[in-house]
Structures are given as structure tokens and as C-alpha cells.
Design a protein around this ligand. Structure first.
Ligand SMILES: NC(=O)c1ccc[n+]([C@@H]2O[C@H](COP(=O)([O-])OP(=O)(O)OC[C@H]3O[C@@H](n4cnc5c(N)ncnc54)[C@H](OP(=O)(O)O)[C@@H]3O)[C@@H](O)[C@H]2O)c1
Length: 405
């Protein structure tokens, strides 16, 4: 059977004619050349542009699939070989170069994002890579070779189809851009939106301050001219926190967190960016100042348990909040997508002008070394849950031979 497809290369569109079972001929300008057979050729590509040099697009790829609901990532997820997907009319096919690890990856594999979901389903929230194919409508905005980032479910794959509306154009495929998509955006929107919150001169406590999202909460609170207190578990993390403007890093393994807060902040905390949950949440509530605001960003201390939660002293919460006119807000990034575009534009500008530090941890100091390849996502999740990461945990996928990134 003969197939017709359109291919785009260096900004030009070429009509190519090919056979499913033999060598494919491509008309390149006026020259007729042979290109290797591509087993992914399909009639549906007649309305899609694929990277024709792209020979470098294989017919199959690896991706991570949740095959069993569990908060244990290794039990829940298996590595599978599947066909490379085809972009729809408004989609891009992105070859992933960097993938972001998030604390909530194990909430997702446990089915906590959607109680009705049943395996198998894809996993992973964000990626950075290069456009290697696209639909006709998408070609009005993008072309093959563009470097892009996205926040979309199912990112743990070598190739990913992403709707244009979820794409953020980036200057180059660097892992630092990955830090902004979920981690940076969460801190930016939570502190700006809920935390009208953050006013000059106020005291802000950030927990898990040296991690993916914490590092941005520290920097945005500092930009708002607040006094910033940040918790972490090692002296190396505490030193890093000083470099990004944290006024009082607290290594909670070396110092008693409750004691430090009571002694050094007797007037209480005006804002808390809280990611740990359980006893740390209780402590933060007890330390709130009059009209203090606590933003629940997460409760990582419970994610590895069957319920996903560590108990908190909720019985006394109403009285504690009333007595201080204090408040507790929940924040979940997908509920604030109307703010996402502005957050990304602003953060990308800050990055370009060197105003924002985007610390990335690619596992260079982890047992087994740098996180390279989808297989290393498992180790990267372990690294985070051992509390060893400094900055955003990122996995690198090998660049294709002809890749521009
Ligand atoms: N609400 C949202 O939309 C949203 C979006 C993104 C992230 N989050 C939340 O933000 C928090 C941080 O997520 P992230 O992806 O940026 O991770 P991360 O901060 O890069 O890594 C997690 C860090 O948490 C600290 N931690 C404290 N207790 C822990 C425990 N019992 N188990 C494991 N780690 C512990 C560790 O650092 P130290 O112990 O050294 O401090 C660890 O490095 C999580 O609660 C996550 O759910 C929420």
C-alpha cells in the first residue's frame, strides 16, 4: 500500500511518497533521494508534519505506565515499549530531553488525583524537549526543532504528544526551565494569589525550602521584602538557602525547629508555605501570628502511607484560628491555570535577567550517579523520598543523534 505524507524540514514542506513494505522515496526540492523505511508511516500523517530528517523518529519508544495503583512507585510503574504516538491537528510531538520529578508522582500512581482512574495509565507531569512533529493547525505557531516545555499528564515517555495550548516556548532545552513548570509556578501563584498575603516586612516560613518548589517560595518571599525562614535537613541545603536570600535557614536535624521558632519569632509567623504536613503542620499552626496565613502546599510526610496523610490536631484548629484571626488556605496548581501564563512569562523574564536561581538536582551525588534514561526515574523518586535532593529533581533523556538540543 502506498502512503502520502507531508514532511517539514528546515521550514520547507515536502511531499513524500512511500510504500509500507519497501524503501521510501522523498522528493527533496527537485532531487529524488532515498530515505530509510519508516514503519510508523500511516495514512493519518497526511495531515501532519513530521520531522523527515527524522529518520530519527523511531517507530517505537519507551514510556512508564502505571499498571497497579500504589504509592510505592516501584510497585506501581513499569517500563513499556509502545509505538511513538501521532500528533493530532492542534498537537506537537515532543522528543523529551528532561523530565521533572514531583513529590506527587506517588500520589498520582496511587490514584489519589482521580479516585475513578484504573490502570493502565501514563504518568509524569512535565517535560522539556524539542518539537519533532506537529499537526497542521499547530504548524501556525511552531515548527520542527523548536524547544518547548510543558505541564501535562503522561510526561514519563521518550516522546509525548502535547496540545499546543499546554506548550511553553523556551529559548533552549535546558533542565533549569523544567523547574518553573510545576515547582516555580506553584510558589509564584500561591504566594501572589493567596498570599496577597505576603507583605513587606512580614515573616514567612517555607518548609522543604531547599527543594523543587521551596527554593522559589524563598526567592519570591524575599523579592516581596519579607524576612524568610526556611527548613531543611542538611547543612549543605542550609548553605544553599543562604545564597538565595533565606534569612534564617533551620536544619531541623541539627536544631529543634519548635524551639527556634518560639525563641526567635515570639510574635509569630505571618505566612507559612507548608509542604510537610503532620507534626510540622501542627507546629506551624501553633506559631501563626495574629492574622497569620498558612498555605497548605502539600503534606509529603504522609504520601508514602496508605492513607496519604499523617494525622494533624484538627480538633483544636477552629479555636486556634479564631483566637488569632488566622487562616488556612489549600492550594492546588491545576485550580489556578488562569494565572499560569502570566506566571510563566514573568518567571522566564526573571530567569533571562538572572534574577531567579533555578537549582536543579540531576542525581550527580546520588547512589548510581546521574539520572539518565527513563529507567532512572525510579532512582530519582527514591532520591527525593530519602530527602537527599537539593533543588528540583530532574531526569535526563539521551539526545537523538540529529537533535538540535
Ligand atoms: N499544591 C500544589 O499544586 C503543589 C505543586 C508542587 C508541589 N507541591 C508540594 O510541595 C511539596 C514539595 O514537593 P516537591 O516536588 O517540590 O519536592 P521537593 O521539595 O523537591 O522534595 C521533597 C523534600 O521534602 C523534604 N521532606 C521533609 N519531610 C519529608 C518526608 N517525610 N519524606 C520526604 N521528603 C521530606 C525533603 O527535604 P528536607 O527534609 O531537607 O527539607 C525533600 O527533599 C510536596 O508536599 C508537594 O506535594 C504541591
Amino acid at each position: 500500500m502506498s502512503t502520502t505524507l507531508l514532511a517539514i524540514n528546515s521550514g520547507k514542506v515536502f511531499l513524500t511518497l512511500g510504500g509500507r513494505h519497501g524503501v521510501t522515496n522523498a522528493v527533496l526540492g527537485s532531487r529524488l533521494v532515498s530515505v530509510p523505511r519508516r514503519s510508523i508511516i500511516d495514512l493519518s500523517y497526511s495531515t501532519h508534519f513530521m520531522d523527515f530528517k527524522g529518520s530519527s523518529i523511531p517507530s517505537s519508544m519507551k514510556k512508564l505506565v502505571v499498571t497497579k495503583l500504589s504509592q510505592n512507585f516501584r510497585h506501581a510503574v513499569s517500563l513499556q515499549t509502545v509505538p511513538v504516538p501521532t500528533p493530532g491537528d492542534g498537537d506537537l510531538l515532543v522528543r523529551n530531553r528532561f523530565l521533572g520529578i514531583n513529590a506527587s508522582d506517588i500520589n498520582y500512581t496511587a490514584g489519589r488525583y482521580d479516585a475513578s482512574v484504573r490502570p493502565p495509565f501514563d504518568t509524569g507531569f512535565e517535560g522539556v524537549g524539542e518539537v519533532v512533529g506537529l499537526g497542521l493547525s499547530a504548524s501556525a505557531h511552531f515548527t520542527v526543532g523548536d524547544t518547548v516545555a510543558y505541564f501535562d499528564d503522561g510526561a514519563f515517555a521518550e516522546y509525548k504528544v502535547v496540545p499546543v495550548k499546554k506548550i511553553v516556548r523556551i529559548p533552549s532545552a535546558k533542565p533549569e526551565y523544567l523547574t518553573l513548570l510545576v515547582s516555580g509556578a506553584t510558589a509564584y501563584i500561591a504566594l501572589k494569589r493567596l498570599g496577597e498575603l505576603v507583605c513587606e516586612g512580614e515573616t514567612v516560613l517555607v518548609t522543604a525550602a531547599a527543594g523543587g518548589t521551596g527554593q522559589f517560595a524563598v526567592q519570591f518571599a524575599k523579592m516581596a521584602k519579607c524576612h524568610v525562614v526556611g527548613t531543611c535537613s542538611t547543612d549543605e541545603k542550609a548553605s544553599f538557602l543562604k545564597t538565595i536570600g533565606c534569612d534564617r535557614p533551620i536544619n531541623y536535624k541539627a536544631e529543634d525547629l519548635a524551639g527556634v521558632l518560639r525563641r526567635e519569632y515570639p510574635r509569630g509567623l505571618n505566612v507559612v508555605y507548608e509542604s510537610i504536613g503532620g507534626a510540622v503542620f501542627d507546629l506551624a499552626v501553633n506559631c501563626l501570628a495574629q492574622r497569620g496565613r498558612l498555605i497548605i502546599i502539600g503534606f509529603i510526610s504522609g504520601y508514602q502511607t496508605p492513607s496519604g496523610l499523617q494525622p494533624v490536631r484538627s480538633g483544636t484548629l477552629p479555636a486556634k484560628l479564631l483566637q488569632r484571626s488566622a487562616s488556612v488556605h489549600g492550594f492546588f496548581l491545576p485550580h489556578f491555570l488562569s494565572d499560569y501564563g502570566e506566571a510563566m512569562r514573568d518567571m522566564l523574564q526573571m530567569c533571562a535577567s538572572g534574577k531567579l536561581v533555578c537549582k536543579v538536582d540531576m542525581g550527580d551525588k546520588a547512589p548510581g550517579g546521574r539520572f539518565v534514561g527513563l529507567e532512572s526515574v525510579y532512582r530519582a523518586v527514591d532520591h527525593m523520598y530519602a530527602g537527599r535532593n537539593l533543588g528540583k529533581v530532574v531526569v535526563e533523556l539521551a539526545a537523538a543523534v540529529e537533535s538540535k538540543v
